[in-house]
Design a protein. Sequence first.
Length: 236
Amino acid sequence: MDTDRWKQQAAERAIGLVQDGMVLGLGTGSTAARFVDLVGERVRAGLKVLCVPTSEATRAQAERLGIPLATLDEQPFINLTVDGADEVDEQLRLIKGGGGALLYEKIVATASDRMVVIADASKRVATLGRFPLPVEVVRFGLTATRAMVEGLAEDVGCVGEVVLRMAANGQPFVTDAGNYILDCSFGAIEDPEALDEALKYVPGVVENGLFLGIADSAIIAGPEGLVVLDRDLGEE
């Protein structure tokens, strides 16, 4: 699969949505990074935008490219956020958080007038859950929190291994917000809304990687070309 080329194609389609004067949310991950690169090119060519990054990694990339940045406190209303996804289904429900930025990504996306997903065709699924669901949790009471996640997920039909994400140095992965991530290998999530609701009952859960009712469109590039899924228009 030529996923690198597809990621680039999706990013190039998305840059066409950007207009002068916009406040943009910049996503995190390998596909979103392609879009950030393109924003940098347009800025050097004279585009006037102000951007809110969803992670420290994206902030560093944007700063290197000379992209004007603001915090969400400084710019609490965003015109357009473009971000990647680990999975997207036909109803524009997403799993995100493989890069560890799901909390900030969800905050920025929900503060946006429009959220557009860019992805290669491998991320399009009929049913969410092939990719382990990331769940961001506070460090205190980790064992108890993990047990509650497992129990409440089982109540809504989701059973599988729940593991603490580890970093390359052998220590637990720490998010930009200072939290841990549990990766939940539930397999097919037949009722994402029920699982999302169940996880909200766990006090130690900060946020989960189910993005439901947030994405407005998805630009998906693959061997057959570009496909656009739109909440209002269906598939183009």
